[in-house]
Design a protein around this ligand. Structure first.
Ligand SMILES: Nc1ncnc2c1ncn2[C@@H]1O[C@H](COP(=O)(O)OP(=O)(O)O)[C@@H](O)[C@H]1O
Ligand SMILES: [Mg+2]
Length: 241
């Protein structure tokens, strides 16, 4: 069974009298353990597609099977439950709670899982912060951490519920190039050692190249889906040109 199967996914936003077709018939299969870079010019539909994949929003048309379950027909509550089990999100802006320690930020998503006892919860959080290399920063607040450290807290938080899929929408957009490479090192480790399926949106071709497959969007359509990053880059160029 495919982990992710999208068929002819369309998404139309309605702004007053105007319809914006953000996705126009996207079909995509993604297997467990893949590491995929989603590329495309600004406005090509990357974030819209990530919102669909992450069950944050539902498509206007098409079919989305996530681990064999049809997401399109689910209620909001059903989608939220599926999302909590299957998806971790990492954003460009970290989205950490500012007056809260690294430890508490990572612990927060587990507060909604009543079956996890507090001792087990603490242990899981400590292991996650250790995995991202922040065991010496447990009680630091976001303002006391560098950008790269904040993003690593956000990654640990995304993994709190042990999701099989990590969605990262321009996670290095606010980071310098060295720190960006460190975050990508961590993604690579999570993919290789823990088998986490990673879908990474990035503008940076050198970072994208570290994935194993590239999907390029243009005007809401997939124009390239390849393991050959030279081809993907060429498709990007024709987007920009
Ligand atoms: N909530 C929204 N309402 C209306 N239009 C939107 C909304 N979100 C995105 N769009 C439009 O959909 C298109 C794709 O946007 P987006 O998915 O954010 O692209 P990207 O992430 O590749 O920059 C753009 O034309 C954008 O203006
Ligand atoms: Mg975007």
């Amino acid at each position: 069974m495919r982990l992710i199967q999208l068929r002819e996914i369309g998404k139309t936003y309605t702004l007053g009298e105007v319809d914006v077709e953000a996705l126009r018939g996207v079909s995509l299969d993604i297997d467990r353990g893949e590491y995929l870079a989603l590329m495309g010019a600004s406005g090509s539909g990357k974030t819209t597609l990530m919102n669909m994949l992450g069950c944050l929003d539902r498509p206007t048309r098409g079919s989305y099977l996530l681990a064999g379950e049809e997401v399109v027909e689910m209620s909001g509550d059903e989608r939220a439950r599926l999302r909590n089990r299957k998806i971790g999100f990492v954003f460009q802006s970290f989205n950490l709670l500012s007056r809260t320690s690294a430890l508490e930020n990572v612990e927060l998503p587990l507060m909604y899982s009543p079956h996890i006892r507090s001792g087990e919860r603490r242990e899981r959080v400590l292991n996650l912060l250790k995995k991202v290399g922040l065991e010496s920063r447990l009680n630091h607040h976001p303002s006391q951490l560098s950008g790269g450290q904040q993003q690593r807290v956000a990654i640990a938080r995304a993994l709190a519920n042990e999701p099989p899929i990590l969605l990262a929408d321009e996670p290095t957009g606010n980071l310098d190039s060295r720190t960006s490479r460190e975050v990508l090192d961590l993604f690579e480790q999570l993919n290789r050692e823990d088998g986490i399926t990673i879908i990474l949106v990035t503008h940076d071709r050198d970072l994208a190249r570290r994935a194993r497959r590239a999907v390029v969007l243009r005007d809401g359509e997939v124009v390239c889906d390849s393991t050959d990053f030279a081809r993907a880059t060429a498709a990007m160029h024709s987007v920009e040109g």
